[in-house]
Ligand binder design. Structure first.
Ligand code: GRF
Length: 213
């Protein structure tokens, strides 16, 4: 793999091919999303393109306006709304999420833009099988507004990270990262768009890697 100065990606991966897990049973995925759902869509597309041997059994979303739900309908994937405002505590919400995931026979939980902090109720129910994507090169710029944090810090390279979920926010074993340079004329919006392009590339690949750990 070679790079020119204009490349926006460095894949930290054994190779540039998706490790298509064709010999295995399809991974049973449940995706959790709060917003646009572009990562949900990228995973669904990777499955359709036979780049990831998996099936999305259900989408869980917490925001009634989440575009992710519209995307799920287009893919004929069941979607369950669990509005966090309807629950007394984070644990109560996570109990309902775990129930919905079990109801749909889910084995792997994919947090694709889930904007709520999760508790040990979810993490313990799916031990080492909860995966998150974060728009920075962890362990830098944890928490919310990671892209703005990187921009404000003046770093020249940022990116995205797919990792296993632990109780501490944005920690846990790193599965895969992609680096994205911050260009002189970048705005937060242009940078975010390029980071998301890389998220869509590495997320399906990282799910296959997680299944082989
Ligand atoms: C992504 O940038 C992800 O890194 C962050 O939330 C965003 C979700 O985007 N956790 P989308 O809803 O998948 O389009």
């Amino acid at each position: 793999m070679t790079f020119s100065p204009n490349d926006t990606l460095t894949l930290i991966s054994p190779n540039d091919q998706l490790p298509y897990n064709s010999d295995d049973m399809p991974l049973k995925l449940g995706v959790m999303a709060s917003g646009s759902g572009s990562n949900f869509e990228a995973i669904a597309q990777a499955i359709a393109d036979r780049q990831l041997n998996a099936k999305i059994h259900v989408l869980i979303y917490n925001n009634p306006d989440a575009k992710a739900a519209t995307r799920a309908a287009r893919w004929h994937i069941p979607a369950v709304l669990l509005n966090h405002r309807d629950f007394a505590s984070r644990e109560a919400l996570d109990e309902a999420i775990v129930q919905a995931l079990h109801d749909h026979d889910v084995e792997w939980v994919i947090m694709a833009g889930w904007m709520r902090i999760v508790t040990d109720v979810l993490i313990d129910a799916f031990c080492d099988r909860v995966i998150n994507i974060h728009p920075s090169l962890l362990p830098s710029f944890k928490g919310s507004h990671a892209i703005q944090q990187a921009f404000a810090a003046g770093v020249k390279i940022t990116g995205c990270t797919v990792h296993l979920v632990r109780l501490e926010v944005d920690s846990g074993t790193i599965l895969m990262q992609a680096a994205v340079p911050i260009l002189p004329n970048d705005t937060v919006e242009t940078l975010q768009a390029r980071i998301q392009m890389q998220e869509h590339r590495i997320f399906p690949q990282a799910i296959a890697i997680a299944a082989r750990l």
